[in-house]
Write a protein that binds this ligand. Sequence first.
Ligand code: NDP
Ligand code: GDR
Length: 325
Amino acid sequence: MAPTRRALVTGVTGQDGSYLAELLLDQGYEVVGMVRRSSTVNFERIAHIQDSLRLVPGDVLDEVSLLEILREHRPNEVYNLAAQSFVQTSWRQPVFTGEATALGVTRILDAIRLTDPEIRFYQASSSEMFGKVREVPQHEQTSFHPRSPYGVAKVYGHWITVNYRESYGLHASSGILFNHESPRRGLEFVTRKVSHAVARIKLGLDSEVRLGNLESKRDWGYAGDYVRAMWAMLQQDEPDDYVVATGETHSVRELCEVAFERAGLDWERHVVVDEQFFRPAEVDLLVGDASKARDRIAWTTEVGFVELIQMMVDADIDLLHREGA
Ligand code: NDP
Ligand code: GDR
């Protein structure tokens, strides 16, 4: 019988961490999830699988904690999903964003190099690295021009991953993932902000939602589809970089139309444009070319844009009902 594989997931309490942990458990892995200390428990996204996970304390700001976890748990694969991931916050906390989202990657790579260089490593890179895009659609060779401190930090994380692969021969891969959403998306991100607002308006708890730039466009996919690509990258003989995207782009305005329509509401009566949600610099047109992921790791999407947004609206209406609204 093949030995049980063990994976460490940083950021396991986040949207992607929860879907990835489910997938790895389904594949028979022992899953070690790193959680950082906080004054209240925030395990909502993993509550349903918590008993099957081994949760260990650690922080990407603290290299000793990473070394200890690797020494004690000896994973075969490490998925680095931990980050300060909200773009807007990165202008207000640029140094913290750099510490967690950029240098955090080096801390983990170094801990791997020192404890067990055979560990396979996944880095959660981002389409935000393309920023002020040089070409449309964006692929693995498109040059980067990040437009936020978050994007700059992710560029660092990406290149340090490539560098440790080339310097030390680590099996380190970088997934350049475009936006992916789900009912577990944080409430501050625009898709979930809208789906949650639609549910509240539908149930009479609110009358409006205040948004920023309605013209910005994103390539939005479903998080459950995207974590399959992360896993597939680490099953390849050779480490590499892959763009993961749907290849379709939609505006925030279209997102509003689909979401409000799902609840039988007219978005124009409830959406208010508010300057405070505009960004100092914007990424205008992100759309990814995932041909390499399709060809080399057989990655495909199962959930399209409209289905995704409808799923999120339905889930938020259910959630509010369960909360007794
Ligand atoms: P979330 O914001 O939902 O989750 C981020 C996770 O990182 C949380 O578990 C958070 O813990 C953890 N974390 C934050 N800071 C630290 C720290 N200092 N030490 C340890 N853990 C920390 O993000 P997503 O799940 O959406 O994204 C996962 C990764 O993928 C991120 O790196 C993100 O930047 C990247 N990415 C995401 C995309 C998307 O569209 N979702 C697209 C491209 C890249 P806590 O719960 O305690 O806050
Ligand atoms: P993004 O996601 O910045 O692409 O980063 P977000 O959902 O925050 O913004 C998408 C677009 O919507 C516009 N927008 C608004 N955004 C928010 N959050 N709130 C609003 O009210 C609002 N109004 C309009 C934004 O200007 C933007 O153009 C996400 C994160 O998950 C990153 O971690 C990840 O790397 C990238 O996706 C790919």
